[in-house]
Design a protein around this ligand. Structure first.
Ligand code: NDP
Length: 323
């Protein structure tokens, strides 16, 4: 089968399309015929060797995928051959076939295309956990969404609105702000607007924002502290700037701020937390109030280009690779 292989870590062009043996499902695993892979910023960081966990090479990137069950490993029950599923794992998605643990399979709503199914798990689970579980967002409350036209940004904007919150969206271009507006963002501000701190505070009634989803980090992080309301909560989800962010605890005192980290992988190790997010999202999916925003789609052979376009901030919605 064809698969992307990374032998040394670095920029996206280290990714090579190769012919490799089709993987055999081990006990407790299933093999999927991969139909769509969601490419996350985390995949780009993993290939660069800059992710939260060490990337061991050689490996095939791709943590979020959708496809049909094509073979069952020993001891697997309750899964049908031909079933459409999504899966969230460490790696292996960027290939024609991938093996994943049966226990982690995510059922796919009938109404979702394969691309939508692959666009869903990471962004929407993260958005839910950030807005509700860790961020404790309330109906009617303002939330600041950074990189609002991206995969997580579109999910967060859509979900916040569906949960009755009011959204201030930041993004780097007017075209990206148009996307945020189309998803219901109440206020949109350019990421590089020189007046951004003042404008964000003013938009939230002059009091600052009670909940901030931080995905840029670096030198922008201190600004988030300035944008926050008294007793504001900042959920630190990502560091897309790839710069170090400085945090002096004393800076939190003036307005009684809380900064909470969020890493989906470690949160999902707690079944009750995963269940809470799935249960919170299910009615919103069923009613069509949240629908994954599929962005540009690339063939497997152009995976490196997909990764480069994410790095160059050219993409909106979830980037998809179709083997
Ligand atoms: P996106 O589709 O949002 O793409 C990244 C976006 O980040 C860009 O489009 C860009 O939007 C913005 N950005 C800001 N500064 C930079 C920069 N210096 N270089 C590149 N991009 C920049 O990707 P994802 O939805 O996959 O991820 C968004 C963020 O959320 C990332 O930081 C990611 O690591 C994090 N994340 C974390 C998770 C967790 O478990 N902690 C789970 C999911 C995502 P713009 O041009 O508008 O500024």
């Amino acid at each position: 089968m064809k698969a992307i292989v990374v032998e040394r870590l670095g920029p996206p062009d280290v990714m090579e399309l190769r012919e490799v043996p089709r993987p055999e499902p081990k006990a407790g695993e299933v093999r999927l015929k991969v139909e769509a892979v969601g490419v996350n910023f985390a995949d780009v960081l993993a290939v660069a060797g800059e992710y939260l966990t060490r990337t061991r090479v050689p490996y095939t990137p791709g943590m979020e995928l959708a496809g049909t069950v094509e073979a069952l490993g020993e001891g697997v029950s309750g899964v049908q051959l031909g079933q459409r599923v999504a899966a969230l794992g460490g790696s292996g998605g960027l290939a024609e076939y991938a093996t994943v643990p049966a226990a982690g399979l995510i059922p796919v709503p009938e109404s979702f295309s394969a691309a939508q199914a692959a666009a869903f798990p990471v962004s929407y689970m993260t958005a839910y956990l950030a807005l509700k579980t860790l961020g404790r967002g309330q109906e009617g409350e303002w939330v600041l969404v950074q990189a609002a036209a991206g995969a997580l940004g579109t999910a967060s904007t859509q979900l916040a609105k569906a949960l009755g919150m009011r959204v201030i969206a930041l993004a780097s271009t007017e075209e990206k702000l148009d996307i945020a507006r189309s998803l219901g963002a109440d206020v949109t501000i350019l990421q590089d607007d020189p007046e951004r701190v003042k404008k964000v505070r003013a938009a939230a009634g002059g009091q600052g924002v009670p909940l901030i989803l931080e995905v840029v980090g670096g030198s922008r992080f201190p600004e988030s502290l300035e944008m926050a309301a008294n007793r504001g909560r900042i959920v630190f989800i990502g560091n897309a700037s790839r710069e170090d962010a400085q945090l002096h605890p004393a800076a939190l005192m003036k307005r009684n701020l809380t900064v909470t980290g969020l890493w989906l992988t470690s949160l999902l190790t707690d079944p009750a937390t995963a269940q809470e997010a799935a249960a919170g999202l299910a009615p919103l999916i069923a009613s069509g109030r949240v629908t994954p925003q599929v962005g540009p789609t690339y063939p497997l052979s152009r995976s490196a280009q997909a990764f480069q376009d994410i790095l160059d901030r050219k993409t909106t919605g979830k980037v998809i690779v179709e083997p």
